[in-house]
Design a protein around this ligand. Structure first.
Ligand SMILES: [Zn+2]
Length: 267
């Protein structure tokens, strides 16, 4: 039952309160669970800096992203933009984001979210790095904005996709990749995603834990937080729902992540 294919976790929030001080043990357990590389998610200027520092400490294993999450979009300034561009010039920082729109609770106003998102879409074009995208309850505005960016040459992944079959197919047709988390193991609120997951083209699929959030419900051992070592449970659920071999799913997703984020090939 143990998987030996190498996984890549494209979303881990090491900067979150729940994971503070745990990076070393999380990485150790991730390695024993066949996770061959991790993308550490920057969601603010501060966390984009700390995730890059972690990537430097674990060079070749951890890579980072740099951006401002829609929750924090009210604080967007041109000074932040300049500082993010400095971080993005570093080869260990492989994507622009987390950025996007989240109208679920509107921690920042929708207008400010669109402003910060538009600026980051432009940055991705400037630095020629892929986007790490977040979209929640904002499909129409989000789709219109990314469509324009894609037409101008942008590419990226809609991380923690939780939408419907129609939304998955719309993103895939646009040429965007799609990241799936432990949401897919949630039999109540994950139902739409469970039905949509087989319609995501395999060459566009990525696996992520979004740790410490969204612990896979099918995991045998559970800690109070989710961690990259649990990624295989997401792979397993995806494989079951698609009627595919688990190794084949992992191999495809790993190769997609290596391609999208231009990671060094895993040995
Ligand atoms: Zn997100």
């Amino acid at each position: 039952m143990t998987s030996t294919a190498t996984l890549i976790d494209i979303g881990v929030n090491f900067h979150s309160k729940q994971l503070t001080g745990l990076a070393a043990e999380l990485i150790e357990r991730a390695k024993s669970a066949n996770v061959g590389a991790i993308l550490a998610t920057g969601t603010s200027l501060e966390s984009s800096r700390s995730e890059l520092a972690l990537a430097h400490q674990h060079s070749g294993y951890i890579f980072s992203t740099a951006g401002v999450h829609p929750h924090s979009a009210d604080g967007w300034t041109t000074a932040i933009r300049e500082d993010l561009l400095t971080i993005l010039a570093d080869p260990a920082c492989v994507a622009v984001g987390e950025t996007g729109l989240d109208y679920n609770r509107n921690f920042s106003t929708p207008a400010n979210q669109r402003r910060a998102f538009a600026a980051q879409l432009e940055m991705a074009a400037d630095v020629r790095k892929p986007l790490f995208l977040h979209c929640r309850d904002a499909f129409d505005d989000f789709y219109a904005m990314v469509k324009e960016a894609v037409a101008a040459g942008a590419h990226g992944v809609v991380h923690c996709f939780t939408g419907s079959q129609d939304e998955a197919m719309a993103f895939a047709e646009l040429g965007l990749d799609i990241g799936v988390t432990g949401w897919v193991t949630d039999l109540s609120r994950g139902q739409a995603l469970r039905e949509a997951v087989e319609f995501i083209p395999i060459e566009r699929l990525h696996l992520e834990t979004d740790a410490p959030y969204l612990g896979p419900k099918n995991a045998k051992k559970r800690r109070p937080y989710n961690e990259p070592a649990n990624l295989v449970w997401v792979a397993r659920a995806v494989a079951e729902l698609r009627g595919m071999d688990e190794h084949a799913v992992i191999q495809a997703c790993t190769s997609n992540s290596v391609r999208l984020f231009r990671l060094p090939w895993l040995t």
